[in-house]
Design a binder for this molecule. Structure first.
Ligand code: MG
Length: 185
């Protein structure tokens, strides 16, 4: 079993757009495609782990989400980048505290990472979770992964004191450098 790099989507791979539901609003963050391509060239599997309450809120269908992801992949392609899987949680939360696990499948719950690990034979203890919010850091920690906070998206104003951050870097490019340099925790 090998590790994987789990990536949050919004604010980590693509620019943060609140309740994104239109493919026309998809904009891959500069350097993100190259970072993903470099990770996969080095043998890492790259799996997106994303909360999509926009579905539970009735603002986007699963078919619409597929269109958003098709556009994201279209923008990643020129860098030679693609992802090995996309896991999303459609649940619309009823509580606002993003450090509280409301459902195991919604970050900060570890459920999507655990499902991916089972589906793809991933060693969670050898894996990383990269994201811009406290729920990403906690989901990674709750799954037994090392965590990388990126200062894009909500990360620019990250002020939680929940711990659970192993690496604190500027963006996905820098996160990939940390991972590729062989640093673990
Ligand atoms: Mg995010």
């Amino acid at each position: 079993m090998k590790g994987a790099v789990f990536l949050d989507r919004d604010g980590t791979i693509i620019e943060l757009v609140h309740h994104l539901n239109d493919p026309a609003d998809v904009a891959v963050i500069p350097g993100a495609g190259r970072a993903i391509a470099d990770l996969r060239t080095a043998g890492w599997r790259v799996v997106i782990i994303t909360n999509q309450s926009v579905i539970g809120r009735g603002k986007l269908t699963e078919a619409g989400l597929d269109e958003v992801h098709a556009e994201m992949r279209r923008q990643l392609a020129p860098s030679g980048a693609d992802v090995d899987g996309i896991y999303f949680c459609p649940l619309a939360p009823s509580i606002k505290d993003s450090t509280v696990i409301e459902d195991p499948m919604r970050k900060p719950g570890p459920g999507m990472l655990l499902a991916a690990a089972q589906d793809m034979q991933i060693d969670l203890a050898a894996s990383f979770m990269v994201g811009d919010t406290v729920s990403d850091m906690l989901a990674g920690r709750n799954a037994g992964c090392a965590t990388v906070l990126v200062r894009t998206g909500y990360g620019a104003a990250y002020d939680h004191d929940a711990g659970a951050i192993d690496h604190d870097v500027a963006d996905l490019s820098a996160a990939a450098q940390v991972i590729l340099s062989g640093s673990d925790r």
